[in-house]
Design a protein around this ligand. Structure first.
Ligand SMILES: [Zn+2]
Length: 134
């Protein structure tokens, strides 16, 4: 084990609370601790965290790969930043899922939406507000 699995769960709970994400949302945390388990993103073997969101059902699943070698090179704070980033994808997913549904098969536009969501998640991930209340 490279990253402590229970740390992901603890930090998800912390950031759901800070963002006020509670009932009716159901957020599942899946931490990969066994090499036999599937990767967090089968399309991207390098991914060590991911968020999948079904906003219309108030459901989200956060995936973290506790075995991923990248945790060896990060400090404890980076696990927290990573969890914060993935939790931020939950409210952002409300808009991006809607946009993707409306775009249908327009892959270029869908990719533009994905990249915009990524930029907003990263912007908020590094926002100074977390140092004040978090
Ligand atoms: Zn992201």
């Amino acid at each position: 084990m490279i990253a402590p699995p229970e740390e992901f769960e603890r930090l998800v709970t912390k950031y759901l609370g800070l963002l006020g994400i509670g009932h009716p949302w159901k957020v599942e945390v899946v931490v990969r601790t066994d090499p036999e388990e599937s990767l967090v993103d089968p399309d991207d073997p390098d991914a060590y965290a991911a968020c999948s969101c079904l906003p219309e059902y108030y459901r989200a699943t956060l995936h973290f790969d506790a075995l991923h070698e990248s945790w060896q090179s990060v400090e404890a704070g980076d696990i927290e930043r990573c969890v914060r980033h993935e939790v931020l994808h939950i409210p952002l997913g409300i808009l991006s899922c809607l946009a993707r549904d409306m775009l249908g098969g327009n892959t270029a536009a869908r990719e533009a939406i994905r990249q915009a969501e990524e930029r907003v998640a990263t912007l908020l991930e590094f926002a100074p507000l977390w140092d004040q209340g978090g």
